[in-house]
Design a protein around this ligand. Structure first.
Ligand SMILES: [Cu+2]
Length: 99
């Protein structure tokens, strides 16, 4: 658990949020966060995935569509139009995994 927190923190530091929503940067959860939604777009070149996600209470987010940074592996897994469950880093600006 401690290691996961360190990794999530390192990822957050390495990838500052793209300020998609002004209210996202100032509240982060303490640990990786689960969510579900629908893939709205994939940009392999930019390394981003756009999701319409349901409410995420841990981050105090309502349902919304937003774009997250993602690793090439996650980008490859994401298919536009698919319903998915996903894990975000604690800062809520990066998709760590997606099913
Ligand atoms: Cu959002």
């Amino acid at each position: 658990m401690r290691l996961a927190l360190i990794i999530a923190g390192a990822l957050a530091a390495a990838a500052p949020a793209a300020a998609q929503h002004a209210n996202h940067s100032d509240h982060g959860a303490a640990a990786p966060v689960q969510g579900s939604g629908v893939v709205k777009g994939v940009n392999a070149k930019a390394g981003t995935v756009t999701l319409h996600h349901g409410p995420i209470p841990a981050l105090k987010w309502p349902a919304m569509t937003m774009t997250f940074k993602a690793s090439p592996e996650v980008v490859k897994t994401a298919k536009t139009g698919k319903s998915v469950t996903f894990t975000l880093n604690a800062a809520g600006d990066r998709v760590l995994s997606l099913q």
